[in-house]
Write a protein that binds this ligand. Structure first.
Ligand code: PEP
Ligand code: MN
Length: 338
């Protein structure tokens, strides 16, 4: 249920409404728009409907949200949400996240080379996995905390906030210590305990779509994070499994406008994991920006043939730089900043 406040409602009235909601045993979520404030109240609608909330001064309307996701819905927050990463990089509301880096952190030297190159090309967030969700238990599993330290140092050196994957609720504290943004990978999109744990953290979350998840499933997973109080969520379309076997996954570009119609959350596209093919990544990255995505996430490696993870899909720094120069022109046409 959402409580729409009158444009002239006072702070005292808002505080009174929040107290009333807490007294009833619910947790209020406040969405501050430019014109008006909306309070989301999640819980047993029957219990709430019995309360004459619309009679409280300052309240304009009390509405039920029809969708199964509430805090993620456009009804709760009609404007586009902007997520701020590392205290300075804005994602959404016209600002594009240009996330780039290797699949895995392999050494300080390699990450430093890649970070310098992607920064020079215009990337604004550095990525790199320290905990890797590998299909085989015999494949490189990531450097763990040592990798997180390298990521932090290299990010700081190049002035780039950093994002890295967290796979388990027990890793949330250590990842939060080093990273500016959590990544929840496709394989963990419905790891509800993990979603609740990052929902209680204070850093933003990049939530990737599961490989067999619907757009509604993705928004329901975002809802888990929002319901815990962390409203800093960026969604990521990274392709879904299909019968097509010439690409790693099938990129569902319609998810971008589809999500935007239903939710205020920013959504970016990862053409690297979606296609698995460097020859297709640039076209899909351009299509993402043209479709209205709030950013692009690309894997880049200085020597893909030696990469310990996802080498075959990595762009070379020079390929990434060429792509970024196209994306800059496209962003201008779309009225976006990057
Ligand atoms: C990754 O970003 O390296 C990754 C494993 O992505 P996904 O979870 O989308 O497969
Ligand atoms: Mn990868």
């Amino acid at each position: 249920m959402i409580i729409v406040l009158r444009p002239d409602s006072t702070k005292q009235q808002i505080d009174h409404i929040l107290d009333r909601i807490r007294d009833l045993g619910f947790k209020p979520h406040v969405s501050q728009g430019t014109v008006r404030t909306i309070i989301g109240v999640i819980g047993d609608e029957n219990k709430l409907q019995a309360e004459p909330l619309s009679a409280i001064p300052g309240v304009e309307q009390v509405l039920a949200i029809q969708k199964p996701f509430k805090l993620a819905s456009r009804e709760f927050h009609p404007g586009d949400s902007v997520v701020v990463v590392g205290g300075r990089v804005r994602v959404g509301g016209g600002s594009l996240a240009m996330i780039a880096g290797p699949c895995a952190i392999e050494s300080a030297e390699i990450l430093d080379t890649i970070a310098g190159a992607v920064k020079a090309a215009g990337a604004n967030i550095l990525r790199g996995g320290a905990f890797k969700p590998r299909t085989s238990p015999y494949s490189f599993q990531g450097m763990g905390e040592e990798g997180l330290k390298i990521l932090r140092d290299v990010g700081d050196k190049h002035g780039l906030p950093v994002v890295t994957e967290v796979m388990d609720p027990r890793q949330v504290a250590v990842v939060e210590r080093y990273a500016d943004m959590f990544q929840i990978g496709a394989r963990n999109m419905q790891n509800f305990d993990l979603l609740k744990e990052v929902g209680q953290a204070t850093k933003p979350v990049l939530l990737k779509r599961g490989m067999s998840a619907t757009v509604k499933d993705l928004l329901m997973s975002a809802e888990y994070i929002l319901a815990e109080g962390n409203h800093q969520v960026v969604l990521c379309e990274r392709g879904v499994r299909s019968f097509e076997d010439s690409t790693r996954n099938m990129l569902d570009m319609s998810a971008v406008p589809n999500v935007k119609g239903q939710s205020h959350l920013p959504i970016i596209v990862d053409p690297s994991h979606a296609t698995g093919r460097p020859d297709l990544i640039p076209a899909m990255a351009r299509a993402a920006v043209a479709a209205g995505a709030d950013g692009v996430h690309v894997e880049v490696h200085s020597c893909p043939e030696k990469a310990l993870s996802d080498g075959p899909q990595a762009l070379l720094p020079k390929q990434y730089a060429a792509l970024m120069s196209d994306l800059r022109r496209l962003a201008e046409v779309m009225g976006k900043r990057m």
